[in-house]
Design a protein around this ligand. Structure first.
Ligand code: UDP
Length: 236
């Protein structure tokens, strides 16, 4: 389906309208950003890798009864998806402590958490995406319906159990990841955005080698090689 008009350009993707109402094309970009876009870069071919990885994982989730915005992959860096109104919450699931959690709570990096932790962050770059709870969601009028927040947590845990098991079979530890949900034209809450090494942390099960955007964040090098490794393992 042809792109008609660019509606939105985010850090990792551009969204285009199509001739069909409520159907969009998402184009994956090569750009990389970190630390609330204070650090910027680009990695040729990264968009194509994330497009393939996201497409595979959204199909896997659909097969496991998780409703998503994903319709199909069109080509190497474009997918067709349902238009949704994004809920301004970044839903983060953590299996192992690292990144901001270790800094915030003083937990040792790499500590396996006693249960999968689900957190909400308010999607607002100007505020630096602060951690929020259900009452903040009400005050911010993200929703007045706590059941919607329970549904997000429930979906996040279900997604985690599917993905964790899948990546374990590919010799990768799913450390943590970020999800975004949106409401479709009928008001259903469905998974949107992407699931890729930009939004997840993957460590090799044997060596703990980082195979995700931390390679860019921490200047570890071989960013594209790491993303390729994740795709190759997914497809293996
Ligand atoms: N994450 C993301 N986008 C964000 C913030 C976090 O995709 O704006 C992902 C990140 O890649 C990691 C998880 O969410 O997989 C948890 O990130 P954390 O809160 O530890 O933030 P960071 O340490 O990256 O600042």
């Amino acid at each position: 389906m042809d792109k008609v008009k660019m509606l939105y350009e985010g850090k990792g993707k551009k969204l285009y309208s199509t001739h069909k109402e409520s159907i969009l094309v998402a184009e994956f970009k090569d750009d990389l950003t970190a630390f609330n876009a204070e650090k910027k870069g680009s990695e040729s071919g990264k968009g194509e890798l994330n497009c393939q990885i996201t497409s595979f994982l959204f199909e896997l989730l659909e097969k496991n009864d998780i409703k998503t915005h994903f319709i199909k992959r069109i080509d190497s860096k474009n997918i067709l998806c349902k238009e949704v109104k994004i809920i301004p919450i970044e839903v983060v699931v953590r299996n192992v402590a690292t990144g901001s959690l270790t800094k915030r709570l003083g937990i040792l990096d790499g500590k396996v958490l006693p249960f999968s932790l689900v957190e909400f962050y308010y999607k607002d770059d100007a505020l630096g995406d602060p951690l929020i709870n259900d009452e903040h969601c009400k005050i911010l009028d993200i929703t007045q319906d706590v059941q919607e927040l329970d549904f997000l947590r429930h979906q996040a845990r279900k997604i985690n159990s599917v993905l964790k098991q899948f990546f374990d079979s590919k010799n990768l530890k799913l450390i943590d990841f970020k999800l975004e949900f949106g409401k479709d034209a009928d008001g259903n809450i469905i998974l949107a955005d992407e699931i890729s090494p930009d939004s997840c942390r993957f460590w090799d099960k044997d060596t703990n080698e980082k195979l995700d955007k931390d390679r860019f964040r921490q200047d570890l090098g071989n960013v594209k090689l790491a993303y390729e490794e994740v795709l190759n393992r997914i497809l293996s």
